[in-house]
Design a protein around this ligand. Structure first.
Ligand code: DGP
Length: 113
């Protein structure tokens, strides 16, 4: 856990968030600034700065499994959705605690901006 990390604070329950899924290693909550009708973030509860630092294949599997479950739970699995891992500066990452964006409920554009 990192003291000043906003997502660590959410994981510890120190900052409120609308949690939609919870598991021993990871959790999911609604994005504060949604870019789509469904916009959920899936995070590890332990502090990992970005995709580059994921050391455990099991943790990665847990995160992907939760992303898929969230899509199903939110009713966008069949219509379609996008899972995005913004990584470091060129990837557009602004919060340096690993998170997967699960986006859906509208047609996604390609290529992304
Ligand atoms: P990224 O740019 O990929 O690092 O995405 C960070 C996302 O985190 C962004 O879509 C907004 C969201 N976010 C930032 N602070 C908070 C917060 O305090 N609560 C919630 N729920 N989401 C946050």
């Amino acid at each position: 856990m990192a003291d000043n990390c906003i997502f660590c604070k959410i994981a510890r329950g120190e900052i409120p968030a609308t949690v939609v899924a919870d598991a021993p290693t990871c959790m999911a909550f609604r994005d504060l600034n949604p870019e789509a009708p469904v916009h959920v973030l899936v995070i590890p509860k332990a502090h990992v700065p970005s995709l580059n630092e994921v050391a455990s294949p099991a943790l990665f599997a847990d995160l992907m499994q939760m992303a898929r479950e969230v899509a199903k739970q939110e009713g966008i699995a069949a219509s379609g959705y996008r899972v995005v891992w913004n990584t470091n500066a060129d990837g557009g990452q602004t919060v340096f605690h690993l998170h997967a964006h699960v986006l859906g409920g509208r047609q996604m554009a390609w290529p992304p901006g």
